[in-house]
Design a protein around this ligand. Structure first.
Ligand SMILES: [Zn+2]
Length: 417
């Protein structure tokens, strides 16, 4: 059994301990100590601590049959060791975790809603509360109430009770263990069972700021930050707003309306640009059709374009193929090593463009897919595009001539039969 010093004194940053067991497996050392200040990783809740034992980094810590196992990369030769935890990380966990208790308690008091999940991530913390939705005003109320309690600076106490006495304590939620139940009491505010580490006085949480909230599986997920994380979050936002206000020559308080106006202007310009592009494209499509040629009575549009927007090319192809008995092959060169190929035909032809595409795409080391009507892909050997076009046109010529020969024969046999 390991004495869990972090439960009674979460503020202890260094400790001397004795090794009671050491095992070596998979290039790692598994060290069990008689006592420890390193908080282990447990399922859910508070994350594990960062720590060193005699300068050897602790890469994992877990609980096994009441003992705490420290996983190390390097061996420790002495039997007595010195443990040092990363205090910034621990205090951050204590602030976030204590803030979580408080936020859950406030939501329980205001809306009678239980917290059904929580996660302390590297940057943000969230809780899932059994409430279908929260309004802006609700969130403001929760935040205000939680911070008012922080400024009251009530003490936070931790103690153990036996299962038989548990019913005499007004717990917000039931315990998950049935003996040595550890209770965390936020004086005047909240009593819950918990095995984590917490600050001594609620004022040490500093501040709770809800960053965002959203509906999640019928409940509400609330993302928030406490203490130094909230300060970091505020600093980032302050930096961003200051720079945005300089860019927009506006006061920081006016940045939202300035950005909204900028965005509205941008949407308008985007629409105008889109309309102009469409108009230009219609002219280009007319040009494509004017420069087309015929194989028998089938119109062939073939264009090789440099740096043409592939989306616009697809639109151009649709426009071209709205004309009857038309085949269109568009090659768009993006750079020396990248090109796009589009091949299509109008509805009234029975040429299988996918067969043509599959027969020629290897020339440019390309690939792609589609239907007999429309197929597209890309390739890397841009220099070989002329060879691809030549072969495609050859195959088309062969197909169209053969089809028309068959057609003529069919008509002749009908006449003479
Ligand atoms: Zn807790």
């Amino acid at each position: 059994m390991t004495e869990k010093i972090y439960l009674d004194n979460p503020y202890l940053k260094e400790l001397t301990a004795k090794i009671i067991n050491k095992e070596y497996s998979n290039s790692k050392f598994y060290v069990t100590l008689n006592r420890t200040i390193v908080y282990p990783h447990l399922s859910g809740g508070q994350p594990m601590d960062k720590a060193v034992i005699n300068d050897s980094k602790v890469i994992d810590v877990y609980e096994e049959n009441g003992s705490i196992v420290h996983v190390l990369e390097d061996n420790i030769s002495s039997n007595t060791v010195n443990i040092a935890i990363d205090w910034d990380v621990r205090f951050d966990h204590m602030q976030q975790h204590s803030g979580q208790h408080l936020l859950s308690a406030v939501i329980y008091r205001l809306y009678n809603a239980n917290t059904i999940g929580m996660h302390i991530g590297r940057d943000y913390v969230y809780i899932d509360v059994a409430i279908p939705q929260l309004s802006e005003a609700d969130v403001e109320k929760i935040e205000r109430f939680a911070n008012e309690i922080i400024y009251c600076n009530f003490p936070i106490k931790a103690y153990e009770v036996e299962n038989k006495d548990i019913n005499s304590i007004p717990l917000r939620k039931p315990p998950t263990v049935d003996k040595n139940i550890r209770i965390i009491e936020f004086e005047n505010v909240d009593i819950t069972p918990c095995a984590g580490t917490h600050v001594r006085n609620i004022g040490e949480v500093g501040i709770i700021k809800i960053r965002k909230w959203e509906k999640y599986k019928g409940n509400t997920r609330i993302e928030f930050v406490c203490g130094y994380r909230a300060l970091k979050d505020y600093s980032l936002k302050s930096y961003n707003i200051s720079n945005i206000s300089v860019l927009l020559s506006s006061k920081d308080i006016d940045t939202l309306s300035a950005v909204t106006k900028l965005y509205d202007d941008y949407k308008l310009l985007e629409k105008e640009l889109q309309d102009t592009k469409s108009e230009l494209l219609n002219y280009q499509v007319k040009g494509f059709l004017n420069e087309s040629f015929k194989i028998k009575n089938v119109r062939i549009v073939q264009k090789t374009l440099n740096n043409f927007d592939p989306k616009m090319a697809k639109y151009a192809m649709t426009q071209v193929l709205s004309h009857s008995r038309t085949i269109c092959i568009l090659c768009i060169i993006e750079n020396q090593y990248k090109c796009h190929i589009l091949m299509g035909r109008s509805n009234d032809l029975n040429v299988n463009m996918k067969n043509i595409f599959d027969s020629v795409i290897g020339i440019i080391n390309g690939k792609g897919g589609g239907s007999p009507e429309l197929v597209q892909g890309g390739g890397a050997n841009t220099a070989k595009i002329p060879a691809l076009i030549e072969k495609s046109l050859g195959l088309l010529r062969e197909k169209i001539w053969n089809d028309q020969k068959k057609e003529k024969w069919k008509i002749t046999s009908l006449i003479y039969s």
